[in-house]
Write a protein that binds this ligand. Structure first.
Ligand SMILES: C[S@@+](CC[C@H](N)C(=O)[O-])C[C@H]1O[C@@H](n2cnc3c(N)ncnc32)[C@H](O)[C@@H]1O
Length: 188
């Protein structure tokens, strides 16, 4: 066996958390790879909300998912998720950083990222997953990484399980995953 890389591991968690007919969020659509994967998992009776602030990313995602009619592309900041999504979701995924092959100066920023993560945690159904893939090698990336890590460490253990997954002996700030599972409330 070999240890799963970060992105395949993230996908395998999504496969476990997301069922046909579910509602899910891709908070950073980018080139649409995650949106496409989520569209396959949720199927035509589900719904994928995909956000990006760049028209270029929305366009790239649109081309990738044109066969799916249950994907809503939202050209807006993920900081406004709760303006668009009001009922429970089974998963939300973030890929932080910049659009590959795009403008590297347009990056996710800690304040809007954490605001969006808070809104996703509110929307998550019990046993739902919030997955955040953190890239920190670019300018501004380490500040965002530190802020996100500080935030997730404060999440109450009674309500959430928080996991970190990544390789710690690789050069050049490799990406790592933070996965947050919302716990089911115990009925007393
Ligand atoms: C690393 S890329 C995402 C890659 C994507 N998951 C894929 O499969 O190709 C990060 C994306 O986040 C977007 N982004 C940055 N700030 C944002 C914000 N506040 N709200 C939504 N998207 C944002 C960028 O425009 C960029 O396309």
């Amino acid at each position: 066996m070999s240890l799963q890389r970060v992105l395949p591991f993230t996908k395998s968690l999504l496969e476990q958390a997301v069922a046909n007919g579910d509602r899910v969020i891709d908070a950073t659509a980018g080139n649409g790879h995650d949106t496409f994967f989520l569209a396959q998992l949720t199927g035509p009776t589900g719904k994928v909300f995909a956000f990006d602030i760049q028209q270029e990313a929305i366009q790239a995602t649109k081309s990738r998912v044109e066969a799916f009619h249950h994907v809503q592309l939202i050209h807006d900041s993920h900081a406004k998720i709760s303006d668009y999504v009001v009922s429970p979701i089974s998963a939300a995924v973030f890929n932080l950083g910049y659009l590959p092959k795009g403008d590297h100066s347009i990056i996710t920023k800690s304040q809007s990222t954490i605001t969006a993560m808070e809104q996703c945690l509110e929307l998550l159904q019990p046993n739902g997953l919030l997955l955040v893939v953190i890239y920190s090698g670019h300018e501004g990336g380490s500040e965002e990484r530190d802020a996100v890590m500080e935030y997730v460490r404060t999440l109450p253990q009674t309500d959430f399980d928080v996991l970190q997954y990544g390789f710690i002996n690789q050069r050049h700030s490799p990406p790592f995953l933070v996965a947050v599972e919302k716990k089911r409330k115990k009925v007393l």
